[in-house]
Ligand binder design. Structure first.
Ligand code: HEM
Ligand code: HEM
Length: 186
């Protein structure tokens, strides 16, 4: 598959970089996720879910269906490998009070609502666990918030066993903000 002189896959340098950055750190709009350091099997799954329209939340439909459709299967693997090996986003300074509230849920869940701790699947420091559990550490706050609202409303339905729909449906809007703030700080 084509790469340019710097070893950057051709779709990345012509297309993806506009929203996800040349090294997978999004340049602007905060609903664009950072892809750098994300696990390759998770990226492949998401791109295939966009291609098959099984990830059908509004931003997926509006933007990523078209982007993913333009890739060959070989390019899906190539861009996933490329982004997964870039330097992950760095921990950011965030509102400490919100982050502290988010940390409680992230590490302890909400026992009376049977919400499991996020860290059980996404790891104590948000590094995730391949092939299924994505990295969350350093991910953009607005993107994480948007995805949790999509899961909560049943608009994103590509999560195995509906686990994220179960978890997010038991979170309030303010708790979603706290969690998204916390993972940005990891
Ligand atoms: C989401 C890859 C081009 C905007 C994603 C995700 C992947 C991806 C893997 C899911 C990330 C995750 O679940 O954490 C790519 C690739 C591209 C590309 C390989 C080039 C072929 C673009 C472009 C834009 C864009 C050009 C902006 C015009 C978005 C947005 C989301 C997203 C808004 C979130 C979708 C949602 O909320 O469901 N992209 N992307 N992407 N990408 Fe791209
Ligand atoms: C995906 C957050 C608990 C399993 C995600 C995503 C977010 C998230 C933001 C989307 C990532 C992206 O688009 O890049 C959280 C939070 C949790 C939590 C804040 C606690 C409140 C859990 C638990 C499990 C789990 C307990 C396992 C039992 C998964 C899986 C995915 C995912 C499998 C990927 C879904 C897919 O393939 O599209 N989580 N999570 N999460 N989470 Fe969680």
């Amino acid at each position: 598959t084509d790469t340019n002189a710097g070893g950057i896959p051709q779709p990345v340098s012509t297309t993806c970089m506009a929203c996800h950055g040349m090294t997978g750190i999004s340049p602007g709009g905060s609903m664009f996720p950072d892809l750098a350091g994300q696990w390759a099997p998770y990226l492949v799954k998401q791109l295939n879910n966009f291609r098959s329209h099984t990830r059908a939340d509004p931003m997926a439909k509006a933007i990523m269906w078209g982007m993913a459709a333009s890739l060959t299967p070989a390019q899906v693997q190539q861009v996933a490998n490329y982004f997964s090996t870039q330097t992950p986003p760095k921990a950011k300074m965030v509102n400490a009070k919100l982050a502290a509230e988010g940390k409680k849920i992230y590490e302890g869940g909400i026992s009376n609502l049977h919400v499991p701790a996020c860290m059980a699947c996404h790891g104590p420091t948000g590094l995730g666990d391949p092939p299924y559990f994505p990295r969350l550490a350093g991910q953009r706050r607005a993107y994480v918030e948007l995805q949790l609202h999509y899961f909560k409303k049943g608009l994103r339905t590509n999560d195995p066993y509906a686990i994220m729909r179960y978890v997010a449906s038991r979170l309030t809007g303010p708790q979603i903000t706290e969690l998204a703030t916390y993972v940005r700080s990891l």
